[in-house]
Design a protein around this ligand. Structure first.
Ligand code: SF4
Length: 49
């Protein structure tokens, strides 16, 4: 709630669920196609970069 502006918060909730379902999947995150990889502290861990 600190990061996402108020008007986007309801939609952002659903976007994050979909992101977890289709991109940032638990067993093998798809960091190579992730649109928010530049913001993610875990990217280097999964890409090995
Ligand atoms: S870069 Fe981060 S948010 Fe994106 S898929 Fe990888 S672990 Fe998930």
């Amino acid at each position: 709630m600190r990061i996402v502006p108020g008007p986007y918060q309801t939609r952002a909730h659903h976007w994050l669920i979909l992101h977890g379902r289709y991109v940032c999947v638990a067993r093998k995150p798809r960091c190579e196609v992730c649109k928010i990889a530049d913001l993610c502290p875990s990217r280097e861990l999964f890409l090995g970069a």
